[in-house]
Design a protein around this ligand. Structure first.
Ligand code: PGA
Length: 227
């Protein structure tokens, strides 16, 4: 089971130092880009929360896949729902970012997910088809299914609902790209519900936001997923 911590913009410098001094497990952590150098050279691998769709050049505030890779970053989250919403990222831009990441040998964590009032299958299908357009190297693609109504809300779908959705995602990718992909679940995963969620069939791991910023809780989650 892969455990990926999306630390978002939660931590101050002091909290980062405290985290690093107390936590060293084989997970993947995606801190704020400015803190990435502090997270290097531990048991965990590093992901970045977003990458630019451009190579290098005059793009103030952006970080390229090449820059991330050179620093030792292995993964990039792309298309997180918060970026889709607040940064108005489109599926076409997300696709460009994915292609750029793959070109630079980053593993991509593509986030997809629907809002409560949306047609789930239609939304996921569009995000998959447009997001993965022209992708060839599916070995470096992970899909994180994160229903928007479950992010930061304390609510999760039932195991059966997630299982059916994973099946839909894998079938859609098989039918359209003839490839297999690993699917992770994200949205309000914590030390209490992970015991139940880990029983989901065909699930390859978790993308964890808030709970991953608490190293004690993250250690408990790591232990729960070992047995
Ligand atoms: P959450 O966030 O675990 O805090 O709900 C998950 C995510 O947004 O990746």
């Amino acid at each position: 089971m892969l455990i990926i911590g999306n630390l978002k913009m939660y931590m101050t410098y002091e909290q980062v130092l405290n985290f690093i001094n107390n936590f060293d497990e084989e997970v993947i952590l995606c801190p704020s880009a400015i803190y990435i150098p502090y997270f290097l050279n531990h048991k965990y691998q590093i992901g970045i929360q977003d990458i630019s769709m451009y190579d290098l050049g005059s793009h103030t505030g952006e970080i390229s896949a090449k820059q991330a890779k050179e620093l030792g970053v292995k993964y990039s989250i792309v298309g997180h729902s918060e970026r889709r919403k607040y940064n108005k990222e489109t599926d076409e831009e997300i696709n460009q970012k994915i292609l750029k990441g793959l070109e630079n040998n980053l593993k991509i964590i593509l986030c997809i997910g629907e809002n409560k009032d949306e047609n789930k299958h239609a939304v996921l299908k569009k995000q998959i088809l447009l997001g993965l357009n022209n992708v060839e190297n599916f070995e470096n693609i992970l899909i994180a299914y994160e229903p928007i109504w479950c992010i930061g809300t304390g609510v999760t779908p039932t195991n059966e609902e997630i299982e059916t959705t994973i099946d839909f995602i894998q079938t859609t990718i098989k039918d359209n790209f003839a490839k297999n992909v690993k699917v992770l679940y994200g949205g309000s995963v914590d030390k209490d519900n992970v015991q139940k969620l880990k029983k989901i069939k065909n699930l390859s791991g978790f993308l964890i936001g808030k709970a991953s910023t608490d190293y004690m809780q993250l250690k408990t989650i790591v232990t729960s997923l070992k047995d």
